[in-house]
Design a protein around this ligand. Structure first.
Ligand code: ASP
Length: 418
């Protein structure tokens, strides 16, 4: 049985059983199984992902930026790629944040949380944390770390953004000094291996995800009741509408205006790539096909396409950035946290950077969502709500991720030769 089928079954079972037993929460043995067995299983799963987050983010970002910055004849291409990556990710997250603030898919869930006893206490703590958040001026200054090691130690307590900034600066510096390393770039090989090892761990941990999803969803449904799951429909819809706006609004406009190409023809030429990305939910697995289509159907210059698509399969993930922004603000709504402009800006910046640091594999963005959520005081347990529907959203956002890489390759290549 495929993993996504198992996850879906785990979600349905966990939700049904948890909701059915919600009314019997006062039965001692049922509560004990929940607290002593199911909750620890869910926590163990989440902690196993947290465990690799710091080394993974650092190695992925340094290697990603190094790839963007190295090679003198590629400096112009790298610069434009970086520019389009930032602009397109920013537009994508903006669409997501605007939608989630308009549709507010988490509000109904928030009400049921506040009306349950434990939820009300949790909401109070969270609201106190949110109130203690720094003013925006301080938040901007503190994006640059005084001591990156200190940021790494406290990364899971909201200090990830300064660590990311250090990794970006460090990656640029390594590419600028790579000549003096005489082509034997030991540091990059080391970081690549660290990254690969982290991904292996994620892969192994994901094998346990059906059990973890069951445990987490059971726990949530048992605590909150059924209202939780009815509203997930609105959350899924918010993400999908955002992705469609990015694909057919932003990409179409950029292709038409900046690359002087017909968007309809471009999308039609890319159909195979979209289908493959949708079914594999992995940008990396789609890369060979994207390279082929860029060459044979879109007729982009091979050197530019190779550079942009290879780097983009890890470093440019617009769909993921949009998903992360929506998810974190959705979870904040669920927990009744009223995030102000400063904290929403923080979510936006972190989602853009997280899009660069996310691995192009199924579920690659989940650790990032945890980090962004925690940085604004949203509890990690909230992830339990979305894991069950994540595979569907992963397929959709990966398609937009890969599509964005092809759009950037066309933009950097310039208008087609007659
Ligand atoms: N699966 C996505 C990709 O490969 C990454 C993610 O958002 O989890 O592009």
């Amino acid at each position: 049985m495929k993993l996504h089928t198992k996850l879906f079954i785990a979600l349905v079972l966990g939700a049904a059983l948890g909701a059915a037993l919600h009314s019997r929460a006062d039965v001692a043995w049922i509560a004990a199984v929940n607290v002593n067995l199911l909750r620890p299983i869910g926590q163990l799963f989440l902690r196993s992902i947290f465990m690799i987050v710091v080394p993974m983010v650092f190695s992925a970002l340094v290697v990603g930026v190094y790839e963007l910055g190295k090679g003198h004849e590629l400096a112009g291409v790298a610069g434009r790629t970086l520019l389009f990556t930032v602009v397109m990710s920013a537009l994508s997250v903006l669409i997501g944040i605007a939608l989630v603030n308009t549709i507010r898919p988490g509000d109904r869930l928030g009400l049921s949380l506040q009306s349950s006893g434990t939820g009300a206490a949790a909401v109070q703590t969270l609201a106190a944390n949110a109130a203690a958040a720094k003013p925006i001026g301080d938040a901007i200054v503190e994006i640059v770390p005084r001591n990156p090691l200190d940021s790494a130690v406290r990364a899971l307590d909201g200090e990830m953004l300064p660590l990311m900034v250090f990794a970006v600066v460090f990656g640029i510096a390594v590419s600028a000094t790579s000549k003096s390393a005489g082509g034997r770039n030991v540091l990059m090989r080391l970081l690549e291996q660290i990254f690969d090892a982290c991904m292996r761990i994620v892969h192994v941990v994901m094998q346990f995800s059906p059990v973890a999803v069951f445990a987490i969803i059971f726990n949530t449904a048992f605590t909150l009741g059924t209202g939780v799951f009815a509203s997930l429909f609105l959350y899924v819809l918010t993400v999908i509408v955002g992705l469609l706006l990015q694909q057919f609004g932003v990409y179409s406009a950029l292709l038409r205006i900046a690359a002087r190409r017909s968007p309809i023809e471009f999308f039609r030429n890319c159909r195979e790539v979209y289908l493959y990305a949708f079914s594999t939910a992995s940008s990396n697995a789609t890369l060979p096909l994207a390279l082929e289509v860029a060459d044979t159907k879109l007729r982009l210059p091979p050197d530019i396409a190779r550079f942009v698509l290879t780097v983009g399969s890890t470093a440019n993930q617009n769909g993921t950035a949009l998903f992360e922004g929506i998810t974190v603000l959705f979870l904040a709504q669920v927990y009744g946290l009223d995030l102000g402009a400063g904290q929403q800006l923080r979510v936006m910046l972190m989602s853009i950077l997280a899009g660069v640091g996310t691995a192009g594999v199924p579920g690659g963005s989940l650790p990032m969502v945890l980090i962004v959520a925690q940085s604004v005081g949203v509890p990690a347990e909230g992830m339990g709500l979305i894991l069950g529907v994540d595979r569907l959203l992963d397929m959709c956002r990966t398609t937009v991720n890969v599509s964005g890489d092809l759009v950037i390759a066309a933009l950097v290549s310039g208008p087609p030769k007659p």
